[in-house]
Design a protein around this ligand. Structure first.
Ligand code: ZN
Length: 248
């Protein structure tokens, strides 16, 4: 903990977060042993399915939501998210690069959040770029049994997330790249940093001379290799503890 504090105290920290930061908010890891992708077929949620048969895509999506037993759109931030907001307000943490689409960093009032995989709280028209709340779009889809449409161009709305087979947004990639190239350290939280291409960012940071500090339940590919320090455990307990140490 003391080593972690001294790395963070140097400032210019960038956080890199994944599913593990949101599990304490009730959102299960899609890829974990009980993850959603063990119960639902990822092949139903590709960009190709969306483009060729949006009706099927939306039907599967509503089915998945019903069977998932939770609604990530209604989740609240947990003490790990709030601790990052506090670190930002103390001027120690700069950008937050997240692989999550739950929008919980923003709900926790964090700023400078780079969402590599988009935000599931909104849907987007792939023609005009207009955005709509997902809860509203889902309600419409449920009611009419068809995909929700853009009120301007009548095209089916797409959840504003990166679907399987879809490219990551180039602006987000650029912002994340800049952040990790310029920072002094990266705080890797709740991610195994193994899903490409997001997984490149901690590695770019390391190559650019930054220190890597990771907090995760289990050891990852970074542990004992490129991470300078690994703390194993629940990030919703460790981050608040780290924060109170920094405030002393
Ligand atoms: Zn439109």
């Amino acid at each position: 903990m003391e080593r972690a504090s001294s790395i963070i105290r140097e400032g210019y920290v960038v956080a890199f977060t994944g599913a593990g930061i949101s599990t304490a908010s009730g959102i299960p890891d899609y890829r974990g042993p009980n993850g959603l992708w063990k119960r639902f077929d990822p092949r139903d949620f590709t960009i190709d399915v969306f483009l060729s048969d949006p009706k099927r895509y939306w039907a599967r999506r509503l089915e998945r939501k019903k069977n998932a037993g939770f609604d990530p759109l209604k989740a609240s931030p947990n003490p790990a998210h709030t601790a990052l907001t506090d670190l930002q307000q103390m001027g120690l943490l700069r950008e937050i690069i997240t692989q999550n689409t739950d929008g919980l960093h923003q709900k926790a009032k964090s700023t400078r959040v780079v969402e590599l995989h988009g935000n599931a709280n909104q849907c987007v028209c792939i023609d005009c770029g207009r955005k709509y709340p997902t809860l509203w779009a889902e309600e419409i889809a449920e009611k009419i049994g068809d995909p929700p449409l853009c009120s301007e161009c009548n095209r089916p709305l797409k959840p504003d997330v990166v679907l399987f087979g879809e490219q990551l947004n180039s602006l987000s990639m650029e912002l994340a790249s800049q952040a990790v190239t310029n920072c002094r350290s990266v705080l890797v939280v709740g991610t195994t940093a193994s899903v490409y291409p997001a997984s490149i960012f901690p590695r770019i940071a390391k190559r650019s001379g930054a220190k890597l500090l990771e907090i995760n339940q289990e050891p990852t590919e970074l542990t004992d290799k490129i991470a300078d320090l690994s703390i194993l455990g629940d990030c919703s307990e460790i981050l608040p503890e780290l924060l109170s140490g920094l405030r002393e």
